[in-house]
Design a protein around this ligand. Structure first.
Ligand SMILES: [Zn+2]
Length: 229
């Protein structure tokens, strides 16, 4: 079941990428919906981590920090905007982006009381999750920090990993479904199977929870009994 879950999560992610490439009008399912399916599967798999490790599946979670991991939203004040416009025109011949100006004058702008800057830390960082099954099948997932931080451990507690981003592609990691995969695993099938596996994983996690509850209860009773003795 877990192997299947990883399989469908990967396909959901690859279909999401294909949907991203299509224009809004031509697609039936949003990439976000598909990424959500992928993320939900990953989250559920993570919840079953201990059980998986007992079954000799290796799970490796690391953290990837790109060169510029934070996301900046800014609104220059009038003075800084004028300075930016001037530099763009006089120094850079029109080829100068606001973000470049921001980085070139970062400390000054961060100090400016009138410029508005919002920093989302590690926004572009990714959790790097590898699942190695006993039959040597390996799956490698990348989960954006803003999503993964809700259920993964704190990034500070994880080993940092070097990863190679796709330099020329549209996607930093991974690729859209191939023509062959498209035929073998059509979108509707991937959606259906992903949803089904989410239900199964949820049941498995619930079962796991009640078993542990029972064990603890039993242990308590035993402790109490031995105490009475
Ligand atoms: Zn300013």
């Amino acid at each position: 079941m877990i192997l299947k879950a990883a399989f469908w999560a990967r396909l959901a992610s690859r279909w999401a990428k294909r949907q991203q490439l299509k224009g809004n009008k031509r697609r039936t399912t949003d990439p976000e919906t598909l990424y959500e399916l992928k993320d939900t599967i990953i989250k559920k798999l993570w919840q079953l981590k201990e059980q998986l490790e007992n079954e000799k599946t290796k799970i490796e979670l690391k953290f990837y920090i790109p060169e510029e991991p934070h996301r900046y939203n800014f609104l220059f004040c009038d003075e800084h905007y004028e300075e930016f416009a001037w530099e763009r025109k006089e120094i850079y011949d029109g080829y100068y982006r606001a973000i470049e100006f921001f980085f070139d004058h970062k400390s000054e702008i961060l100090k400016c009381p009138k410029c508005k800057v919002n920093i989302q830390e590690y926004y572009y960082s990714l959790y790097s999750l590898k699942i190695k099954f006993p039959n040597n099948t390996e799956y490698h997932f990348h989960i954006p920090y803003p999503i993964g931080k809700k259920y993964f451990p704190k990034y500070k507690d994880l080993e940092e990993v070097e990863e190679l981003e796709n330099e020329y592609g549209l996607f930093r990691f991974g690729a859209p479904v191939s023509e062959e995969e498209k035929k073998l695993f059509p979108l509707k099938l991937v959606e259906k199977e992903s949803k089904r596996i989410i239900e199964k994983l949820t049941e498995a996690a619930a079962g796991l929870k009640s078993t542990t509850d029972e064990t603890t209860e039993q242990e308590h009773t035993q402790q109490e009994m031995s105490f009475t003795k």
